[in-house]
Design a protein around this ligand. Structure first.
Ligand code: PMP
Length: 389
């Protein structure tokens, strides 16, 4: 029933319509851009390009006003419950955003003997910076303990009961991921607050959720949310850190120092408008439907293993909800070869270890990740090719 909604949206992606023989199945790495986003970038560069936060002539003023407007747009898009208090800092993506929280903010927040919790089974961008912060503090004589976020044995979800048992009064910071970039599972981060208590700071890696599923910061009760604009249909080199500013010092990495990626920020505004107009809930329904079509097909093919298969499509149950990415392996063909074979049939997938931090999968795998422009026909063609291997 979403077909009539999706077709005109797909037609708005120039790179997709220009390559009818190719299927782009790597949107978890970066998404394609609709014409409205490209047009917003073109309009900004040709009409008012100038530096932000300095200069007093109209283009400079327009640029400064645009950047401030997009900060507010990010807040409204994320369901920010405290927009008058929170801040939005623009980055090149999630990695840079998480590093900024880890190196610019965390060392000012923690004191000797504090503990932090890190999800080592997730993306390395959400693991390495916290270890760097620990080492930085150690060189200053401040010792902090890094605890491993516990995962449930069967599913790939966080074990928030174990987390509650592990968290004590010195547990002041918890890093978590909204949607897992390999298993596609929603990590049920709304349960973390109850597990760690009212005072701990929770930092969310929302790289795989913003633009794919509705994000409601009021319901999630986190202090930081970091995402990649480029995965949410904006230009490459865009991302943001939202900080609530209720616990600890204000997050102020650099302020207006340096020149921000103004064209990227302008593109992010257009991307968020486009997503709202299309409807993120419908994008979720469409792409999760495609993911389910793929996993159903793979279930019937003996050589394939789907990673994170304990996931369920059931809404808000004790099990995880699956989002729009599916990671698989063939029992004889290695992932690099499978990726190569698939590209020879026009399918662009990711085949490697997916930057998973410690405790990751021992072997590489093939990830199929979806966005609004993908179609059931692409999935059926992919299944048909996979079935011949
Ligand atoms: N975290 C997660 C969960 C991701 O999926 C990614 C992108 N693969 C990143 C962080 C890094 O994002 P970026 O490339 O925008 O820095």
């Amino acid at each position: 029933h979403l077909r009539a909604w999706q077709e005109p949206l797909r037609a708005q992606f120039p790179i997709i319509t220009a390559h009818p023989g190719l299927a782009y199945l790597d949107s978890a790495a970066t998404a394609q851009k609709p014409a409205a986003v490209l047009e917003a970038a073109r309009a900004y560069v040709t009409e008012s390009n100038a530096n932000a936060g300095r200069g007093t002539y109209p283009w400079a003023n327009a640029t400064t006003a645009m950047v401030e407007r997009v900060r507010e747009r990010v807040k409204s898009f994320l369901g920010d419950p405290v927009p008058e208090r929170s801040r939005v800092h623009f980055t090149s993506g999630t990695s840079e955003g998480l590093r900024a929280v880890a190196l610019d903010w965390l060392p000012r927040f923690l004191t000797d003997g504090d503990e932090i919790v890190v999800p080592f089974g997730d993306h390395e961008a959400n693991a390495m910076p916290w270890l760097e912060a620990r080492d930085l503090l150690a060189r200053q004589g401040v010792r902090i303990a890094v605890r491993e976020m516990p995962y449930q044995a069967g599913s790939r979800d966080y074990d928030t009961e174990a987390l509650a048992g592990l968290a004590g009064p010195r547990t002041r910071f918890v890093a978590a991921t909204h949607v897992h970039h390999v298993y596609g599972g929603d990590m049920n981060v709304h349960r973390i607050r109850r597990a760690v208590g009212p005072d701990a700071v929770i930092c969310l890696d929302a790289a795989q959720s913003v633009g794919h599923v509705p994000v409601d910061l009021a319901a999630l009760d986190v202090d930081f949310a970091v995402f990649s604009g480029h995965k949410a249909l904006a230009l490459p080199g865009t991302g943001a850190v939202w900080s609530r500013g209720l616990r600890g010092p204000a997050f102020e990495p650099g302020g207006w120092a340096g020149t921000p990626n103004t064209v990227g920020i302008a593109s992010l505004e257009a991307a968020l408008d486009w997503l709202d107009a299309a409807g993120v809930e419908r994008i979720e329904e469409w792409t999760v439907g495609l993911a389910a079509r793929l996993t159903d097909g793979l279930d019937r093919m003996r050589p394939y293993e789907v990673l994170g298969c304990a996931l369920s499509l059931a809404a808000d149950s004790q099990v995880q909800r699956r989002r729009a990415l599916v990671t698989l392996r063939h029992d004889r063909i290695d992932a690099a070869d499978l990726g190569f074979i698939l590209y020879s049939h026009g399918f662009m997938v990711r085949s490697d270890g997916h930057c998973q931090a410690r405790d990751g999968e021992p072997r590489a795998s093939v990830r199929v990740s979806l966005h609004v422009y993908n179609t059931p026909e692409e999935i059926d063609r992919l299944l048909a090719v996979l079935d011949t291997l």
